[in-house]
Every structure is written in structure tokens, then in C-alpha cells.
Design a protein around this ligand. Structure first.
Ligand SMILES: Nc1ncnc2c1ncn2[C@@H]1O[C@H](COP(=O)(O)OS(=O)(=O)O)[C@@H](OP(=O)(O)O)[C@H]1O
Ligand SMILES: Nc1ncnc2c1ncn2[C@@H]1O[C@H](COP(=O)(O)OP(=O)(O)O)[C@@H](O)[C@H]1O
Length: 208
């Protein structure tokens, strides 16, 4: 972190618990990581839809969309991906503090970067979900025609092809999208959110 002694943290009167009381639920970050085409965006969209209809305030931070705005100066080099994840991590922290169930869909290929984001949250607030799907199946799906372009030599540094993807070692959840239906994945996620450290529907009184 850059040290800047001319900048002083400002305390505020309204905290996250107060906001959660108004909303009627807790907040956390659900961080979907996986190869292109593994199902991150599909799961993020379906999960948001399901939670929204249960009266939960959600927001999806999807890599593709964030790269149209906040991160439109970010490419796909290792350094750029790291900065992409750092920024989205910071934004997810703000959204979570605002009381929103924040669903992140980013390839986020490097374990160190994901762990760095995780380290900024309390136990249970950061839910890492490995959206697991074999590369061959992702390429077969090719929902945006990107793998085809990669094979034609039109996209360099593509994750899983000529840029690495480090699988999570201890994710909270693994969703194997080549064997599970989308509905199964959403059910598994919702069950996790209710049963595990942060039950989103029971407001925790000791988080600040
Ligand atoms: N070189 C390369 N490698 C991987 N992906 C690429 C690349 N170029 C463009 N795209 C498109 O960008 C989306 C990935 O952006 P992310 O911000 O999630 O990537 S990262 O976390 O910074 O690695 C990714 O979206 P998803 O397919 O939804 O994963 C692709 O559509
Ligand atoms: N269980 C599943 N979960 C998510 N997507 C699935 C699943 N099974 C099949 N798919 C399909 O896989 C594709 C995933 O594309 P997408 O969500 O854009 O992936 P990503 O965001 O990881 O690049 C979609 O066409 C989706 O319908």
C-alpha cells in the first residue's frame, strides 16, 4: 500500500450493520473465477436473478463490462490482469460495505491476486467459487467465438491457451459446469449462502 501521511481516514456515523438492518440481509462477495466460457457470467446473471426475486440487493461486477468503463485502460498482460483484479477487489469491498451482495465474474487467473483480495475481508465475507470446466469443453462452447479467433492467431495471451490459469486450491465452492446444470449450480450457491459463515438472511451484529 502507498503510504501517504497527508491523507487521513474519515470515520462516518452510519456503518454497514445499520445499512444491513435497512436492507434486511447481510452482504458478502461471491467471487466467480474460471476459464473463459466456463460459465461465470451465466451463473452470475442467474444467481442475481434468483436473489433479486427473494428481495436481496445484488450487483454483478463482470470483467467484460468493467473493462468497458473503469478498466478500459487495462489489457491482458500479467501486470494488467493483476491491476484489473486489484481494482475490482477494491470496488467489491465498497459494494459489500454498502450492504450489497456483490457477485464478481472475473477470470482472475492468479492465486496470489485472489488471495490478496480475500485477505481484505473477514471470515465468510469472501466466497471464492471455482467455476470449473475443462478447457476442451469451454472451447467447444465458445459462446463469444473467442477461442476460434485464438486458434486463428488473432488473440494473444489467451487464458488457458498461452496465458496461465491457476486453479484455486481451497475455494469455498467448486461448480463443475460440464456435469452440473445451471439450476444445480444456483441451488448449490444459495444453499452455501444460507448455511455457511455468512447466512445472508440473518443480520450479523458484530461486523463493522
Ligand atoms: N487474452 C484474453 N484472455 C482472456 N480473456 C480475454 C482475452 N481477450 C479478451 N478476453 C475477454 O475478456 C474477458 C476476461 O476479462 P477478465 O477481466 O475477466 O480477465 S482477467 O481476470 O483480467 O484475466 C473474457 O470474458 P469471459 O469469456 O467472460 O471470461 C473474454 O471475453
Ligand atoms: N452449469 C452451467 N453453468 C453455467 N454455464 C453453463 C452451464 N452449463 C452450460 N453452460 C453454458 O456455458 C456457457 C458459458 O458462457 P459464459 O457464462 O459466458 O462463460 P464465462 O462468463 O465464464 O466466459 C453458456 O453458453 C452457458 O449456457
Amino acid at each position: 500500500m502507498t503510504e501517504n501521511k497527508t491523507i487521513v481516514w474519515q470515520n462516518r456515523l452510519i456503518d454497514r450493520v445499520s445499512r444491513s438492518r435497512i436492507l434486511g440481509h447481510n452482504s458478502c462477495v461471491i467471487w466467480l473465477t474460471g476459464l473463459s466460457g466456463s460459465g461465470k457470467s451465466t451463473i452470475a446473471t442467474s444467481l442475481e436473478n434468483e436473489l433479486h426475486h427473494q428481495g436481496v440487493l445484488t450487483y454483478v461486477l463482470d470483467g467484460d463490462n468493467i473493462r468497458h468503463g473503469l478498466n478500459n485502460n487495462i489489457g491482458f498482460s500479467e501486470a494488467d490482469r493483476k491491476e484489473n483484479i486489484r481494482r475490482v477487489g477494491e470496488v467489491s469491498k465498497l459494494f459489500c460495505d454498502a450492504g450489497v451482495i456483490t457477485i464478481v465474474a472475473l477470470i482472475s487467473p492468479f492465486e496470489e491476486d485472489r488471495n490478496s483480495v480475500r485477505s481484505q475481508f473477514s471470515n465468510g465475507e469472501f466466497v471464492e467459487v471455482f467455476v470449473k470446466c475443462p478447457l476442451v469443453e469451454c472451447e467447444n462452447r465458445d459462446p463469444k467465438g473467442l477461442y476460434k479467433k485464438v486458434r486463428e492467431g488473432k488473440i494473444p495471451n489467451f487464458t488457458g491457451i498461452d496465458s496461465p490459469y491457476e486453479e484455486p486450491k481451497n475455494p469455498e465452492l467448486v461448480l463443475e459446469t460440464n456435469t452440473m446444470s445451471i439450476e444445480d449450480c444456483i441451488k448449490r450457491l444459495i444453499d452455501y449462502l444460507v448455511e455457511n459463515p455468512i447466512n445472508i438472511f440473518s443480520i450479523k451484529e458484530n461486523n463493522t
